[in-house]
Design a protein around this ligand. Sequence first.
Ligand SMILES: [Zn+2]
Length: 88
Amino acid sequence: MKTMMKQYTMCQCEYCDYESRSANAVDIHEAEHFGLAVAKWHEYKAKKQHAVYTSHIILQTKNAETEKAFDEAIDDLLSFEKEHNIKV
Ligand SMILES: [Zn+2]
């Protein structure tokens, strides 16, 4: 007899062991770690990703332009954290 396997994709919180089948639930959960509304959480995540991205660019091409982009990304991230009282 052939058994049907049910496959679930589990999503996990990046900051603790919380898991859910709903990516949306994990999103809301992660936002709570920082005391942010989901929209702000997305904004914060995008700023973090942008900072990581610009740091990777510097590894490949280090010049005044890429350093400026990185500095701006970090400043932007830090001022967001300060504005929303995020301690990292
Ligand atoms: Zn969590």
